[in-house]
Design a protein around this ligand. Structure first.
Ligand SMILES: [Zn+2]
Ligand SMILES: [Zn+2]
Length: 309
């Protein structure tokens, strides 16, 4: 996410140059409800904030206030299911300073910075939370994958499209020092031809409908979102970086054009995913949608040691 001081340069640039992308009109509401598991399962989750940085709302989405400061989190989500425990993303890890110095190009540094880091591995060790069975990545961008080397040999679930994306290298978005270690235990998985809500493909991780992955390609080719139905029946949707702020999904707005040019691999496909997310929210008003970086949404949920069940 862009830093505050860089905002002023882009404010001027944004005023001088025509925006490269325009939000489409909101699509009509879909009728597809998010399916409920046939039986509620003892699923719970907790949020770990690994770092926080300030940016301007106007960078997070087109039409946002360029003079309003908002908090952006780098997060890991720990999900506990009776048959296993996994992290959804890692946030920033123990080696972020080294990874950043080694691999983040100079031209991207003003746009992508971070605050003080408390890695999820450290937070889990202090809390004696024990190991996880796997890590599932929403996508492989540097601010989601930084903690991977902190979990050597732990299975890392990734789609083939995202694995191919990593192999292509994308300076400023992917850092090789995070994903090249031979100690990483990649597991490529498939989304199956099973519709879930408005998504044509899905992966039911434990086979009981409580933890379901769906495709959100656009931001990166193999991005996925995670539906969780916790013990109480409340449903959550972790939507990665399709939007950086929930308001962008409410208003159907793409990211500000400059950061979007760098981070959204396929901008029309990203906008399609935003429209799909918008329709999902309209059709499922009780669904809690959680963008990976929206600190206001995370604050409302609460952080470890608070568990959501
Ligand atoms: Zn991203
Ligand atoms: Zn991100």
């Amino acid at each position: 996410m862009p830093t505050r001081w860089f905002a002023f340069f882009v404010v001027i640039a944004g005023l001088l140059l025509a925006p490269a992308a325009r939000a489409a009109e909101p699509a009509p509401a879909a009728s597809e409800a998010v399916p409920r598991p046939p039986k509620l399962v003892d699923v719970r989750f907790t949020l770990f904030k690994t770092s926080e940085v300030k940016t301007q709302e106007g960078f997070a989405f087109e039409g946002g206030n360029l003079f309003k400061s908002v908090a952006i989190n780098h997060m890991a989500v720990l999900v506990q299911h009776p048959r296993g425990r996994f992290l959804f993303d890692t946030g920033l890890g123990r080696d972020i300073d080294h990874q950043y110095r080694q691999d983040m190009p100079w031209w991207a540094r003003p746009l992508f910075s971070y605050g003080p880091v408390t890695p999820v591995r450290d937070q889990m060790e202090v809390a004696h939370l024990g190991p996880v069975d796997r890590i599932i990545l929403s996508h492989a961008h540097w601010d989601h994958a930084s903690g991977l080397p902190d979990f050597p040999r732990t299975e890392i679930w990734i789609t083939q499209a995202e694995k191919d994306f990593i192999a292509q290298r994308h300076p400023g978005a992917l850092l090789p020092s995070q994903v090249d270690s031979p100690a990483l235990n990649w597991k490529v998985y498939d989304l199956e031809n099973r519709p879930f809500a408005s998504f044509m493909r899905s992966r039911d991780v434990f086979g009981d409908g409580s933890v379901v992955l769906v495709p959100l390609s656009g931001h990166t080719p193999g991005s996925v979102g995670l539906f969780l139905t916790v013990k109480s029946g409340q449903q959550y949707f972790f939507c990665g970086d399709v939007v950086w702020k929930l308001d962008a999904a409410r208003l159907v707005k793409p990211k500000f054009w400059l950061p979007s040019l760098i981070v959204d691999n396929d901008r029309p496909a990203t906008l399609h995913s935003i429209e799909q997310l918008h329709r999902l929210m309209v059709a499922n008003p009780s669904l809690v949608v959680v963008p990976a970086h929206d600190a206001a949404v995370h604050d409302a949920i609460g952080y470890y040691p608070h568990w959501v069940d």
